[in-house]
Write a protein that binds this ligand. Structure first.
Ligand code: MG
Length: 159
């Protein structure tokens, strides 16, 4: 049995924060504002996984009012999500994601990002695909005031 899930997230870019995407610290003039480290890519992947497993969303599992999750590395949240879906008998077939950002250029970091996500999920690099696009200067994302990410996850149950 196969189950598919979708995830989306957006966070505001502000000065004085480090930028994390896919668990990788990227050199950039701003970082993402959030209760956690603001890693929109990992958040979108968590929601895709939870959606595919029929387990609600990231906000239900990790409330942003909780001091436990303040500035937490989102990779730790992803590891907890993976534990949950494994307990439900699912394994991950593949993840595909897109980051929508004016900067920084993701190309030099894509392989490290995919490897980092794959390691956190306990799956091979070949099962993780991350794409990047810009918003062509349109809206808040186009003005580098925010970064968004979308992800889909395909899960398999049983053999
Ligand atoms: Mg988020």
């Amino acid at each position: 049995m196969y189950r598919v899930g979708i995830g989306y997230d957006v966070h505001r870019l502000v000065k004085g924060r480090k930028l994390f995407l896919g668990g990788v610290h990227l050199p950039y003039k701003k970082g993402l504002l959030a209760h956690s480290d603001g890693d929109v890519l990992v958040h979108a992947i968590c929601d895709a996984l939870l959606g595919a497993a029929g387990e609600g969303d990231i906000g239900e599992h990790f409330p942003d009012a909780s001091p436990r999750y303040k500035n937490i590395s989102s990779l730790l949240l992803l590891k907890q999500v993976i534990k949950l879906i494994r307990r439900r008998g699912f394994s991950v077939e593949n993840i595909d994601a897109v980051v929508i950002a004016e900067g920084p250029k993701l190309t030099p970091f894509k392989e490290t990002i995919c490897a980092t996500i794959g390691r956190a999920m306990g799956i091979s690099l070949a099962r993780v695909n991350v794409k990047a696009t810009t918003a062509e200067g349109l809206g808040e994302i186009g003005k580098a005031q925010a970064i968004a990410a979308q992800a889909v996850a395909l899960l398999r149950k049983g053999k």
